[in-house]
Ligand binder design. Structure first.
Ligand code: 5RP
Length: 245
């Protein structure tokens, strides 16, 4: 009789150091998952390792129900036979596990590098815990080196972009604002555009977050303030855990 390989033997095998770090962070987060949980599944290359590991455990009998934060994650989860549901039906989730483009000491995040910020924020807001998984290069002293994504309605989006510039100026922030994709704009799962704001160093994230939401046409922005409850960062010296896992 042939023995079935363990779930660890059936997951992706990254071949670069940084990819291995991302997977280590993802697999540590997987240890927090318990039978019967309702989970939010993040988007991006790090979240992909979490979904991959989860799929292997589901194949071994783990019973969870999940809400994906993007069509890409939905496809991955479906390919692994992970049970999915609508957030409207579940109402609350136990844990969302997602990546980030930047995080600071206070677990404030910039997200949306993959363009999924709107669904990511809706799902994170409905979760009792949000665990960020990343390699340790994502940890910064001051947010802003990564361009801040702002998702906007397509209608008269140039007018919204100008008003985003005003919101930056009103909060003592400055930097170029560019339509993601340029002449072939990137379109989000929700059918919107994204403007990326190159701030360098962000001043007063809370004030900026508020100001951006007053701009007509802004659907959401990539500042996640008060959502993450913990972070698992993988580096060459091992894992660092922040917050309450
Ligand atoms: C997608 C995101 C991702 O979580 C973020 O871009 C990090 O991605 P990666 O793990 O590939 O570095 O916010 O909208």
């Amino acid at each position: 009789m042939t023995e079935q390989a363990s779930w660890q033997d059936r997951i992706l095998k990254p071949d670069t150091a940084v990819e291995q770090m991302k997977q280590k962070a993802a697999l540590r987060a997987l240890e927090e998952v318990e039978h019967g949980m309702r989970l939010g599944l993040g988007t991006g290359s790090t979240a992909r390792y979490f979904v991959d590991g989860l799929g292997a455990k589901v194949a071994d009998g783990l019973d969870v129900v999940c809400v994906p934060t993007s069509e890409a994650t939905r496809q991955q989860a479906e390919s692994l036979n992970i049970k999915l549901a609508e957030l409207d039906d579940l109402k609350r989730l136990d844990i969302t596990v997602d990546g980030a483009d930047e995080l600071d000491d206070a677990l404030r995040l910039i997200k949306g590098g993959g363009g999924a910020l709107l669904r990511e924020k809706i799902v994170a807001a409905a979760s009792d815990k949000m665990i960020v998984i990343a390699d340790d290069s994502k940890k910064v002293a001051t947010l802003g080196a990564f361009d801040l994504p702002v998702e906007v309605n397509m209608f008269s989006h140039g007018t919204s972009a100008a008003a985003i510039g005003d919101a930056l100026a009103a909060t003592d922030n400055q930097g170029a604002i560019s339509l993601r994709g340029g002449d072939s704009p990137f379109i989000t799962d929700g059918g919107h555009y994204i403007y990326d704001c190159a701030l360098g160093q962000m001043n007063d994230p809370e004030a900026l977050a508020q100001a951006l939401l007053t701009v007509p046409g802004v659907v959401e922005h990539g500042l996640f303030l008060g959502y993450a409850t913990a972070a698992i960062l993988a580096g060459t010296d091992g894992l660092i855990e922040m917050g309450d896992l």
